[in-house]
Write a protein that binds this ligand. Structure first.
Ligand SMILES: [Zn+2]
Ligand SMILES: [Zn+2]
Length: 105
């Protein structure tokens, strides 16, 4: 949930790495800051260390994100889809219009 707009949102995560000198074994986990940006209000927040694991567990691949966005779009679709050919309402997942038989894709 976004602390700024108080809604469940999809966040993009950025990791800012400090440049470490070569004398150190890279301990990226301890020297990196992660920021999440709310895709709703564009507000950015630093991710607290204790939250990093949870955030990492929730990371989605681009494909998963796409599917999630598509599902959200379908759920929030306020209008019944309409066949472009005969202007009759059709089911949201129909591929062909039951009225005129034209492709809905
Ligand atoms: Zn927000
Ligand atoms: Zn039709």
């Amino acid at each position: 949930m976004c602390p700024a707009c108080k809604t469940d949102r999809i966040f993009s995560i950025e990791q800012h790495r400090q440049k470490l000198t070569m004398y150190f074994v890279p301990t990226v986990q301890y020297h990196s800051k992660q920021y999440m940006t709310c895709q709703g209000c564009n507000e950015s927040f630093e991710i607290a260390d204790q939250l990093k694991e949870e955030v990492a567990a929730r990371l989605m691949t681009e494909n998963e994100l796409k599917t999630t966005m598509e599902n959200m779009a379908i759920e929030s679709l306020p209008l019944i889809p309409i066949c472009q050919t005969c202007k009759q309402p059709v089911g949201p997942r129909m591929r062909f219009c039951p009225n005129c038989g034209n492709s809905l894709l």
